[in-house]
Write a protein that binds this ligand. Structure first.
Ligand SMILES: NC(=O)c1ccc[n+]([C@@H]2O[C@H](COP(=O)([O-])OP(=O)(O)OC[C@H]3O[C@@H](n4cnc5c(N)ncnc54)[C@H](O)[C@@H]3O)[C@@H](O)[C@H]2O)c1
Length: 253
């Protein structure tokens, strides 16, 4: 039987890479994004009856509706990838209350809502399931000017551990992937903001970070997707509560 995976933030960047990999692994993929046009384009590209959906992950009801819609369309849910997230570049002393609330609503609350909605469906189906969250190197070691972002990713690591313990009895595993410097629009945004703050040319910050990678190159979405493919497969059945670094050699924990 064909398996069904949801990937939030699947319209571009790492999420798009994950959608492509899971489709080539044989999944039908529900590609969910704030940008439904992008989601639909990616879904049509990968085939396997994959489909684009609108979702705002920071909206509790949206996330439950997404799972209901996917189950109505495809009959089941097997894997839920809480990938969507945003970055913010600001010193902790300068971070504005509304910006702090926004990033926590998306990166933290959104991940919690995804776990809740997926777990509810997995429990109904009664045969377990896999929840996979987007963490980051910044969830293992905080980065200056990405302090609030780092805090959200530390939170994702904690939520991943607690949810894994709570849901193990239902055969639901919960893990996270922690990418490094992935060459997506998010890093273009970080680089542009750092260029302004440090008054340096565009590209310099990104290059500096890439120079610190042991394997000597920036990360591609496909590098992250290979780990997600494993975490979505039964080969990873005995792994839960882990936030696994996939960074080419930046952090060693
Ligand atoms: N790019 C990196 O270097 C890097 C490193 C570590 C972790 N991550 C994490 O990986 C995930 C994906 O990052 P990316 O680089 O692909 O980002 P990106 O900005 O390139 O893409 C993010 C996607 O998520 C969607 N999105 C944003 N807010 C949303 C919301 N509220 N509801 C639904 N969709 C929403 C966007 O429309 C976009 O399609 C994020 O959680 C990010 O924190 C990225």
């Amino acid at each position: 039987m064909v398996k069904v995976a949801v990937v939030t933030g699947g319209g571009q960047g790492i999420g798009e890479g994950i959608v492509k990999q899971l489709a080539s692994d044989g999944f039908t993929v529900a590609v969910a994004d704030l940008n439904k046009d992008n989601a639909t384009k990616v879904a049509e590209e990968v085939g396997n009856e994959s489909k684009g959906y609108y979702v705002d992950i920071s909206n509790h009801d949206d996330m439950f509706k997404l799972v209901d819609d996917v189950v109505r369309d495809f009959g089941q849910l097997d894997v839920f990838v809480n990938n969507a997230g945003i970055a913010q570049i600001a010193a902790i002393v300068d971070a504005k209350p509304e910006e702090i609330t926004k990033i926590f609503n998306i990166n933290v609350n959104g991940t919690i809502y995804g776990i809740q909605a997926a777990a509810k469906q997995f429990k109904k189906q009664g045969k377990g399931g896999k929840i996979i969250n987007a963490c980051s190197i910044a969830g293992h070691q905080a980065v200056e000017l990405l302090g609030i972002y780092s805090a959200t990713k530390f939170a994702v690591r904690g939520i991943t551990q607690a949810a894994a313990k709570e849901l193990a009895k239902d055969k639901i595993t919960v893990n996270a992937y922690c990418p490094g410097i992935v060459l997506t629009p998010m890093w273009d945004q970080i680089d542009a903001a750092m260029a302004k703050i440090y008054d340096r040319p565009l590209g310099e910050t990104k290059q500096e970070y890439i120079d610190g990678i042991a394997l000597g190159r920036g990360e591609e979405p496909a590098d992250v997707a290979n780990l997600v493919s494993f975490l979505a497969d039964e080969k990873s059945n005995y792994i839960t509560g882990q936030s696994i670094l996939v960074d080419g050699g930046i952090n060693y924990v």
